[in-house]
Design a binder for this molecule. Structure first.
Ligand code: B12
Ligand code: SF4
Length: 533
């Protein structure tokens, strides 16, 4: 059977990274079937183009995965595919939380022939075999344990994802036109992939707005260090072979949830020479340990995503996240910045104790920290979360099925101390101030002592991150952004040329690549890790 796994686009910007579930299910597919992958973020297709593609490729089953945010789009695509006579199975967090909606068992239209609830590692092979026999069931659910809970797949035996062989063409961040030229730069920039890797699943914290504890459970399952390192080594070898670059996003919800284990993993990565530049999510409370931060730096860690949520401790208590202390944030970020590790700091507006001016108060606090990549969202009641239940009971949900008329940055419930419109304006203000050309220049200037590679990486990340809020699809949008930030870009280009000139003057091997050694020539500082993006 020929199968397509499809991820709908998010409608705002190209995702910088593909979704892990597609690669995972592809590698868990029983032999004898062929699986194609299309991520709408990387390979945009209209519904009719997608249907033509399915016909041309003789696809017999389509699997669609989506978060709540993309579910309306996913239903629309599924409807078009089913109308063409191809069965659709849907999985992922949203259909797990409200399966009746996808199946039309809540009185609405039916969008899927089958749904896979929860983690589908063990059910996917059954789904494929049933579909091949033309006997798809409506619901696939993991087996239950004695307490009636889903049996979670152990990760100590993990499927082999063939990162070394897979066709990743659609996911390279280097535009096609530039690839031949870029592959000649230094050790090669002909491709650049950010690849998702998980090392564990589950989270014990149970924050009120989050679906993770409910979905993956409150105890953590880990992969072995060896299997993670094997993936890293394959990726590294591939990048070298292709004259390209690779970076990894460890998508665990909290990479340092068990510090002892994290340190052991990072030590093993270093010992195996498996360092690639990486990003991971780690909560602020786990970043007090200096040895951990040293290991993060030495193993290739470049950016840490920290769910800071709010600078107001009352808000943190409201959402059951007061293990994360706003008063600690500045010190945590300094500790990271001392090792040239920077943070993606995520904030939520519209929390119950937020009042007008929350954006300016937060921005003022951010200004006192080392530069990072702030991102701003709004408190969103995802189905099946404690937050959803609380707001529903209190009659505060204005749009109880907000995902069916998805509207970016418009809250689905009334915040207590401001209006929905005010929360939206605060969010817009925070994004506009944080990613203006002046602020981008200021952020890069504030690390002028850091090696050049970090300043370049900081600016590039800023230009990508503004795309989470400001639509940034297509060449013209990008050219506009580049034009607006030309002064900072030109300054960094000048510094690069200066380094190249000094290097060649010292009669060293000419290097166009901006590596730790080059930057050290300019800044007089020793390089941290020569592989940095
Ligand atoms: C990585 C990640 C991202 C990445 C993007 C996704 C990517 N390219 O990988 C980034 C950082 C960009 C991101 C952004 C956001 N994210 Co996010 N993200 C994650 C994270 C941490 C890991 C996803 C992952 O790969 N998990 C591991 C895989 C194996 O699990 P899985 O995807 O659930 O897949 C399994 C099953 O669900 C099932 N399955 C999934 N799809 C399908 C399809 C079929 C056909 C079948 C059969 C089975 C199946 O099988 C898989 C194997 O068991 C999850 C949390 C988590 N732990 O999952 C949040 C999560 C998915 N994100 C979430 C949210 C809310 C967001 C944002 C909206 C946040 C915001 N406020 O801006 C944005 C929106 C993104 C956008 N505009 O596109 C929520 C979604 C909740 C929901 N109900 O929708 C999650 C669950 C976290 C949470 N706090 O609750 N995210
Ligand atoms: S927000 Fe993060 S720490 Fe809180 S429950 Fe979700 S994954 Fe765990």
């Amino acid at each position: 059977m020929r199968i397509l796994l499809y991820n709908p686009d998010n409608g705002v910007t190209r995702n910088f990274m593909p979704h892990l579930w597609m690669f995972l299910l592809q590698s868990l597919t029983p032999p004898g079937h062929e699986v194609l992958l299309v991520d709408g973020n990387a390979r945009a297709m209209s519904d009719s183009e997608l249907v033509s593609f399915l016909r041309k490729e003789k696809i017999q089953l389509v699997g669609i995965g989506a978060m709540t945010r993309m579910i309306a789009k996913a239903y629309r695509v599924a409807d078009a595919i089913r109308a063409a006579g191809i069965p659709v199975v849907m999985g992922g967090p949203h259909v797990t939380e409200v399966p009746d909606e996808a199946l039309g068992r809540d009185g609405g239209p039916c969008h899927a022939d089958a749904v896979a609830l929860g983690e589908a590692d063990e059910t996917w092979p059954l789904i494929v075999e049933d579909a091949a026999r033309g006997q798809l069931k409506q619901v696939y659910q993991p087996e239950r344990d004695s307490k009636g809970l889903d049996r979670k797949p152990a990760l100590n035996v993990y499927p082999l994802i063939r990162w070394d062989k897979l066709d990743l063409g659609q996911f390279s961040l280097i535009p096609k036109l530039l690839r031949p030229l870029m592959s000649k730069l230094g050790s090669g920039w002909g491709s650049f992939h950010v690849v998702p890797i998980e090392t564990g699943r589950g989270c014990p914290y149970g924050c009120e707005f989050c679906t993770v504890t409910g979905f993956f459970g409150d105890s953590i399952r880990f992969r072995t260090n060896e299997s993670v390192i094997d993936e890293l080594l394959r990726l590294k070898a591939r990048a070298k072979r292709e004259r390209g670059k690779v970076a990894v996003f460890f998508i665990d919800d909290n990479l340092a949830i068990n510090i002892k284990r994290t340190k052991s993993l990072l030590r093993d990565i270093i010992a195996a020479g498996a360092q690639v530049p990486w990003v991971a999510q780690i909560s602020a409370n786990l970043l007090r340990d200096e040895e951990l931060i040293d290991l993060i730096a030495e193993s290739g860690g470049k950016w840490v995503f920290i769910g800071m949520e709010s600078i107001d401790p009352a808000n943190m208590a409201d959402v059951n996240k007061n293990f994360s202390k706003p008063e600690e944030y500045g010190a945590v970020l300094k500790r990271l910045a001392q090792r040239n590790i920077y943070a993606i700091t995520s904030f939520i507006f519209g929390m119950d104790n937020d009042t007008l001016g929350v954006a300016d108060r937060t921005l003022k606090e951010i200004q006192s920290w080392p530069p990072g990549l702030p991102v701003f969202g709004q408190l969103t009641p995802f189905p099946a979360t404690p937050l959803y239940d609380r707001l529903e009971k209190a009659g505060r949900l204005v749009r109880p099925k907000h995902w069916l008329d998805f509207s970016p940055f418009v809250m689905a419930h009334n915040p207590l101390k401001m209006t929905i419109e005010e929360a939206r304006a605060e969010t817009k203000h925070a994004w506009s101030c944080s990613y203006s050309p002046e602020q981008n220049a200021h952020a890069v200037d504030s690390i002028s002592e850091a090696p050049l590679q970090y300043r370049i990486s900081h600016l590039v990340a800023r230009l990508f991150f503004r795309g989470i809020y400001f639509p940034q699809l297509g060449w013209s949008a990008w050219l506009k952004v580049i034009g607006q930030n030309r002064r900072t870009i030109l300054r960094l280009a000048k510094d690069s040329l200066l380094i190249a000139w000094r290097t060649s003057k010292r009669n060293m091997t000419p290097q166009l690549e901006i590596d730790g050694g080059d930057s050290a020539a300019l800044t007089g500082k020793s390089p941290v890790h020569p592989e940095s993006v």
